[in-house]
Design a protein around this ligand. Structure first.
Ligand SMILES: NC(=O)c1ccc[n+]([C@@H]2O[C@H](COP(=O)([O-])OP(=O)(O)OC[C@H]3O[C@@H](n4cnc5c(N)ncnc54)[C@H](OP(=O)(O)O)[C@@H]3O)[C@@H](O)[C@H]2O)c1
Length: 401
């Protein structure tokens, strides 16, 4: 039943962030009575949808029915009233919860309130699966930073591009389709100035506007052309303008019925800079860009500060598509939580390897990526999903943002 609840939770991938994905199943004697999941930012939580399904179906709740929840119920008034109150008012009296609320201020509170109301509550079932499911939420709450996934498409010998800088296309159509899906699940795609200058990428998702991520370019001196193709695609996707504020992550609030707020997806266009030349910022802002002024580190943008700023802005899951320079900085400084390595059966030679710009390490200090799952075949290419030892960060940050 918990596996079923986790499966329901995943349906919110790409549409609940920066809120967590949550699934709920109510079962009695092996039979599912009702279920629900959190499907959209600002929408009803999984518990509320389950309770609504119970009411709509006029379902009787036999004593001993168990509620399986992938995340502890909320106890605070956010965009919706606390779920714990609605649960206590229902006829359910038993719960099994996978993970606690990662917010250090409220963790365990939902479980305590249920117990105080006479519920029998157990926690920790499939906790590791639940932790992985909402890792971006957990990192943003506990470490104040976004999750960082490096997406790398390379040849067998590690090249990201040929000796002229061309990288179209290293991998085949199936791998590129998988990249589109990863982009649609992320809050923002991040690229470096070098890639915009060389490739002028569009960074499309092929998943429609409803799952369109924000775009962030790391460009310490604001040297890119603000009219580059990724900006043009962003303009086309967000055409019609719409309200500009308040914004959380990829969502903007518009006046809704009854004085409430209706949340509409609107990806953001951001340039992250550390040493902007005078006057350049205004040109970007005029064209719809947000300019994030961040600290400098070793002559470039401080990448941990970027991950911290992104989390504060509600962009908690970043897919970084680095060239060799940006990949080298992330591998040196962190944070890197995962690598999605698309390997094409080609050999190019040259000096454009994805780790070529990382500071060399002694064998005893090598980074030790672990496969998160078995390699996946995508046409002629392979996808390796790598993470750090025991599912932790591959390159943890050395300080807090
Ligand atoms: N196969 C793939 O998956 C893939 C993906 C992306 C790119 N590529 C290829 O990679 C090549 C471009 O790579 P690149 O290495 O020249 O550029 P890059 O990694 O895309 O961007 C690097 C630039 O970002 C800016 N930057 C700002 N802060 C930085 C920091 N902390 N660390 C590193 N860079 C920072 C620097 O420019 P400023 O000093 O001006 O700020 C730097 O030159 C192209 O040939 C492209 O085709 C391949």
């Amino acid at each position: 039943m918990m596996a079923r609840a986790l499966g329901l939770a995943v349906r919110g991938l790409g549409t609940t962030s920066p809120n967590p994905m949550v699934g709920a199943v109510l079962a009695s004697g092996g039979r599912v009575l009702a279920e629900g999941h959190h499907s959209r930012f600002g929408g009803p939580h999984a518990e509320r949808r389950l309770l609504a399904a119970l009411t709509a179906g006029r379902t009787r709740v036999p004593s001993g029915s168990v509620l399986y929840l992938t995340l502890e119920p909320c106890t605070y008034h956010g965009k919706t009233p606390p779920c714990v109150d609605a649960l206590i008012a229902s006829p359910i009296r038993r719960a099994v919860v996978a993970a606690r609320d990662p917010n250090p201020i409220v963790t365990g509170r939902g479980l305590r309130l249920l117990r105080r109301a006479g519920w029998e509550v157990r926690s920790g079932l499939m906790a590791e699966e639940a932790r992985r499911l909402n890792l971006p939420f957990l990192l943003s709450q506990r470490q104040g930073r976004a999750r960082i996934t490096l997406k790398i498409a390379s040849t067998l010998d590690g090249a990201l591009a040929d000796h002229r800088g061309f990288s179209r296309w290293i991998t085949g159509v199936e791998a590129r389709r998988a990249v589109g899906t990863m982009r649609a699940a992320a809050d923002a795609i991040v690229v470096g100035r070098g890639t915009v200058d060389t490739d002028d990428p569009r960074l499309r998702t092929r998943a429609g506007r409803e799952k369109s991520p924000s775009r962030i370019v790391i460009d310490s001196r604001l040297a890119i052309d603000p009219g580059c193709r990724l900006a043009r695609v962003w303009h086309a996707e967000t055409a019609g303008g719409g309200p500009a504020a308040p914004a959380i992550g990829n969502w903007v609030g518009a006046p809704g019925r009854g004085g409430g707020i209706r949340w509409i997806r609107r990806p953001r266009l951001i340039v992250a800079t550390s040493r902007p030349s005078a006057g350049r910022g205004a040109a970007f802002v005029r064209l719809g860009w947000e300019v994030w002024r961040l600290p400098d580190r070793s002559g470039g943008v401080d990448l941990l500060a970027l991950a911290g700023r992104a989390a504060r802005e509600g962009l908690i899951d970043l897919l970084v598509e680095p060239g060799p320079l940006l990949a080298g900085s992330f591998l040196d400084q962190g944070p890197v939580d995962r690598i999605a390595l698309f390997l094409a059966p080609k050999i190019l030679g040259g000096d454009r390897g994805w780790s070529a710009r990382m500071t060399p390490r002694a064998l005893s200090r090598a980074l030790l990526p672990h496969p998160a799952e078995a390699p996946i075949r995508l046409g002629g290419d392979l996808l390796l999903r790598l993470e750090g030892p025991r599912g932790r960060a591959l390159v943890p940050p050395r300080r807090r943002p």
